[in-house]
Design a protein around this ligand. Structure first.
Ligand code: SAM
Ligand code: SF4
Length: 477
């Protein structure tokens, strides 16, 4: 797509295309030196971000022993550095009209089977109320790209969600996944109080990008999208999420490009992306999937572990596109956030009917894990994790919390774990099934037993008891 002068002037400062396909391709395929791989793993364990060449060396390490050492390091980082909290959220699809024609997506404009809908204000309220009743505190709202979904429209939707109240509950953080905006657009959306603005490049490989995004469409402009979160940053959104849709091109290339993107942000803004997402391509209405680059489970595990080691300061999001079994296994590799109880049909939280039945024409793609929130929480607890609904940092202005978690000694013990425990306690008291509540109380007790008095054990215990015995909520640190 030729960019017009107007678009050019709307890019960020010094915007340029820094993804050089041939240079990244050249790094792939060289045999890895086992000593070098061990040094790189040690660097990750010391919490240092990796250079692109170092990530490539991990990707090129295919010897089973080396692969196992990479998995072990990812597990160790999770255990020793990030702790055992898993933050929970739910996606809320607001509208699926779309002017783009992305080959892989059920919402693309040429898919005439798609049932198109934009939730009316009262329907947004109904969905949010249903989510609150189940216990959610964090949402990501999702939009197609359409002139109707203006920045003001997105901002108004965010505000209306924050206004919904049920007894003891309100949504405390709304993240957004929507089209790239210009500076003014990002400013308008930021003022509504969003958390993270997510935009996935889908594929960083230029030829593939052009093949799956027709050049006649808005999304066909590679640089407009690559530069989007730089504009967001310049407009004051300092909390942004990047991602790639795995299965469009060689996963190894996409990992190198994601690391390049994260390093670019670090260099330009002195802060990397808050989150990295790595969705795998799923079947979707009207979509014929090209199987050439689909990522198998073993490679998927490798890519998640390698991303964890390469970009230690970013949160890692694993969505319900994946099956319950894969999610369970990958949690141990440093994943920090998952969605749960998700429905992605428009209106799905009140209209889905049989929980096991997905309606393909109503959703963007099929989900792999549609267990209820209560089920997911219980499984996490049984596996020893602390399910967390914490939203504290963003609300007290501690932005870049993910960065602080890993960089500031004691940060997790001082803020993250107590906030995870108090929000878990809210969930247990207000929403959990008796079985989940029993499992949760055990985990809370286990964590309290581990907390030394010098780390505020007494105060934490007091807050946890207060939640159980009164209507006091939101007692965050
Ligand atoms: N329309 C906005 C955009 O394209 O940026 C919002 C994003 S879309 C509603 C959310 C994400 O879903 C996309 O960025 C893409 O990565 C992912 N997605 C699209 N089709 C998919 C499929 N068939 N399987 C898995 N993920 C898919
Ligand atoms: Fe539209 Fe986004 Fe789907 Fe592309 S991925 S067709 S832009 S909703």
């Amino acid at each position: 797509m030729t960019r017009s002068v107007t678009t050019e002037s709307r890019l960020s400062r010094n915007a340029h295309d820094y993804i050089h396909d041939t240079e990244l391709e050249k790094l792939l395929g060289a045999p890895s030196d086992p000593h070098q791989v061990r040094d790189i793993v040690a660097k990750s364990l010391a919490k240092e971000p990796l250079k692109v060449e170092e990530t490539a060396a991990l990707i090129n390490a295919t010897d089973p022993e080396l692969v196992e050492s990479i998995f072990a390091a990812a597990r160790q980082l999770k255990r020793d550095v990030y702790g055992n909290r898993i933050v929970l959220f739910a996606p809320l699809y607001i509208g699926n009209y779309c002017i783009n024609d992305c080959e892989y997506c059920g919402f693309r404009r040429t898919n005439l089977d798609a049932v198109r809908r934009t939730l009316k204000p009262e329907e947004v309220l109904q969905q949010v109320t249903a989510l609150l009743r189940r216990g959610h505190k964090r949402l990501i709202i999702v939009f197609g790209e359409h002139p109707h979904y203006t920045p003001q429209y997105i901002a108004d939707t965010v505000r209306s969600i924050y206004e919904v109240k049920t007894p003891n509950a309100e949504i405390r953080r709304v993240n957004v996944n929507a089209a790239p905006l210009d500076h003014e657009g990002f400013r308008i959306v930021r003022e509504s109080g969003i958390g993270t603005y997510q935009i996935f490049q889908e594929t960083y490989h230029h030829a593939t990008y052009s093949a799956v995004h027709p050049s006649s469409t808005r999304k066909g402009d590679y640089l407009w999208r690559l530069d989007a979160l730089d504009r967001a940053w310049e407009a004051g959104c300092d909390d942004v999420g990047i991602g790639a849709l795995f299965g469009l091109y060689d996963w190894r290339f996409e990992v190198l490009a994601l690391v390049t993107h994260a390093r670019h942000m670090m260099q330009k803004f002195n802060c990397g992306p808050h989150t990295i997402s790595f969705p795998r391509l799923r079947p979707a209405s009207g979509v014929a999937i090209d199987p050439r680059w689909l990522v198998n489970d073993e490679d998927f595990k490798r890519l998640v572990a390698i991303l964890r080691l390469s970009v230690p300061y970013s949160g890692m999001i694993l969505t319900a596109r994946e099956s319950a079994a894969i999610r369970r296994e990958l949690l141990g590799f440093g994943v920090s956030q998952i969605d749960a109880g998700s429905r992605i049909e428009l209106g799905g939280y009140t209209e889905a009917g049989d929980a096991q039945q997905q309606v393909r024409e109503r959703e963007q793609f099929e989900l792999g894990d549609i267990r209820s929130l209560d089920n997911v929480v219980r499984q996490l607890l049984q596996d020893g994790y602390i399910p967390s609904f914490c939203t504290a940092c963003y609300r007290v202005g501690r932005t870049g919390e993910q960065f602080m978690e890993y960089a500031i000694p004691g940060f997790i013990q001082k803020f993250c774990t107590p906030n995870a425990l108090t929000t878990l306690q809210e969930y247990l008291v207000d929403h959990a099934s008796p079985e989940t509540r029993a499992a949760g109380e055990q985990i809370i007790q286990r964590e309290l037993d581990k907390t030394p008095p010098s780390a505020g054990k007494e105060e934490l215990e007091r807050r946890i008891n207060r939640i159980a015995s009164s209507d006091d909520r939101d007692l965050y640190y």
